[in-house]
Every structure is written in structure tokens, then in C-alpha cells.
Write a protein that binds this ligand. Sequence first.
Ligand code: XLS
Ligand code: NI
Ligand code: NI
Length: 433
Amino acid sequence: MTDFFEGIAPVRFDPNATDDLSFRHYDADEMVMGKRLEDHLRFAVAWWHSFAWPGGDPFGGQTFERPWFADVAGDTMEAAKMKADAAFEMFAILGQPYFCFHDADIRPEGADFAENTSRLDEITDLIGMRMEAGGPKLLWGTANLFSHRRYMAGAATNPDPDVFAFAAATVKTCIDATQKLGGENYVLWGGREGYETLLNTDLTREREQAGRFLSMVVEYARKIGFDGTILIEPKPQEPTKHQYDYDVATVYGFLREYGLEGEVKVNIEQGHAILAGHSFEHELALAASLGILGSIDMNRNDYQSGWDTDQFPDNVPEVARAYYEVLRAGGFTTGGTNFDAKLRRQSLDPVDLIAAHVGAMDVCARGLKAAAALLASGELEAARDARYAGWDGSDLLSSDLGAIAARVEAEGINPAPRSGRQERLENVWNRYV
Ligand code: XLS
Ligand code: NI
Ligand code: NI
């Protein structure tokens, strides 16, 4: 037990509340399209931003003071355990059903691989006990293959095979830990799988290394009977100048090249979609259409800064667009809504952490409910169907150019343009959101 969140009561649903520590829209048990809201949204708290991030930016270091941080408690297992206690105390206040972690978030870095592994085992035993005592479940685990200096030139795509080996061994231990805790997904975000300069980079080799690495991950997960979903999280750049898993389309091409399109799905992050020059809903719609929509990292970027600012979502219409695509694709299966979001560095107080999640959960609940109402009304879908109705029963796609030309001439086909009705559909959208 810690006293970090002392005095903060469990968050309750109260539609009339005026404080910022109550849910006014997120009622976990509310039925939406035949399913509890909690089971639609499947919220997860991210260990790294909430408990490990010190509040730094490129111009200044730590602003947060946490009793488990190294400057107070040392980079020790005792500190890691205190951090885990505080995490489960926050989970009890929020009542969200899931959490996510990287190995490096939950244990201090050891002297070598063996010590990293034994520390991971010890801390995941403790986390497992806390989960059994009524804590949330694990949405996904992952390996941090980007912070330590050994990974400065990449992990799977490193020019040094020893780094590839260290990364592969580490991922093995993280899949083991995820399976041990009943994790429903395993995520790979290749933060440094990219390059700083083409002047020293062999793209062909690096792509082959990444392809073999991912194949090994899939082979190992299946071998040990891990039945969760393996997810790649696309991002176009940052920290590297160029990241290979640029966006959903690029990841899909990569999966096809290595025959993994039936094995691996994507974890799509709002901020990464924007960095790639897309919208969140574009990435979601494309992934759904390709059959690889897995999970989402919910956050938002500042539209002026051009960075992955990882802010908590605060924009209901924006979030509604995303959930419309998720619902249209049939909703999450093993995936969920992970708040890959961090406080602003001036938000120093423990209560800021709670309020950030409460507000974000409410924004997502409003967005999902609006999207569900619109989807249930069928208004957009009817318009979409009507737009393509001419294709019903058409055999055009199994024809050929010669036959088509003969037919166009014989039947005097002379198409008349029709309105795309965009503004009218935007009006429909705005009646629901
Ligand atoms: C960073 C990523 C990271 C992944 C997990 O930009 O979003 O937080 O979600 O490694
Ligand atoms: Ni991110
Ligand atoms: Ni992320």
C-alpha cells in the first residue's frame, strides 16, 4: 500500500455530477447495441505514461515527483514494487478493465539479460497476485526495444547481430510474461526500427531482418500456445527520422511480403495516424477493410506542434469518427482502447492523473454512444449502399476490356454523374454527434 492517491475515492457514474472526478457519460453497465459499454470500449491504462514518465521534454527534465522514482527510491526492485502498488491503487479508483505495460516500465534494468529476466519474473508474480485480488486484466504486454542505448540503431533492424539476438531474447521473455498474466494481445512497436540517414543504411537487409524477427515472434507465440493477438503498431517517424512500420498500408504490404497477414493485426494510435498525414478514422477504416484491425491507442496530438504529444483525448466528434469505424467493423474482439496518453508536464498532482483518465473515458463513451446511435439508425450505411447499388448483380468485374467495349457500344452506355451528397451526409453526422 502507498498513500499516493490518498483521499481520492473510487470514481462513480453520476450523470448530474459537476466535478471532474465522476463519470457523467461512462456507465460501464449501460447497454449499447446489445453490449455493455465497458465491453465495447475495453479501456486500458498505460503503465509507462502514468507511472514511469518523469514529465520531461526536449528542453527540460523531470518535473514529476513520485515516491518510486529513482531520484527518491533508487532504481531498485523495491521502487518497482511501490510503483506497482500505486498502479493498482489507481486502477481501483478508476475501475477500468485493463492495463498495458512494457518490461522496462515494471522492472528496473538489470546488469544483463539474465537479471532482466529474473526481475521481470519477480515483478510479474506480484502483478499477477494483484490481478487475482480483483485488479484489471492485461490488454497487452510489450518489450521496450527503444530506450536503452544498445537499441540506438534499432533492435531487429540493427546492423549488429548481437543486438538482434538481445532483442529477440527479450521479446521471448515478454511474450512469456504476457502469457503468464493472461494478456489478450502482444504488441510490437518498432520505435527505432527505421533510420536516421540513408547514407549508412541498407534498407534491403534491415527489412529482411525485421521480417524474420516478426516471423520468429509468431512462431514462438504459437509454439507456447499464446492465443492472444499479435499486433504491430504503425508510426511514420519519431524517434527515428523514418520508421519502417509507417502506416497501416505499409504494415499490410510488409505482412504480405512475409506471409503474416493472417497472423498479425495492427494497434492503431491516433497521434501516429496524424503524424503519417492521415486521420485516425482513415487508418481504422483501412485496417478494417484489410481484415487487420486489432486494437487502438487512444490519445491526441497537438495539431500545431508536429510531435507525437500523446495528450488525453478531449474531442468528442473526433473520437466518434474513430469508434464509428470500430463499430462498423464489428467492434473489438481481443483489442481495446489503451490510453497511450500522458499528462502535460505541469500537471504535477496525483489527482491530475485520475482526472485525465476520467475525462478521457467520458469523451470516449460519448463518442462511442454517438457513433452507435448513428450506425444503428442505418442512415449513413443506407446512403453508402445506395451509392454503390448499381453494382448489385453486375458481372462487370469478371469481364474483360474487349467484351466491355462491345457492351458499352451495343447498349449505348453513357453514364450520368450523380451527387456524392457529402454535405448532406455531414448534416446527418452532426445530428448524432
Ligand atoms: C510510442 C508508442 C508506444 C507504443 C508501445 O509512440 O505509442 O507507446 O504504444 O511501445
Ligand atoms: Ni505513440
Ligand atoms: Ni502507442
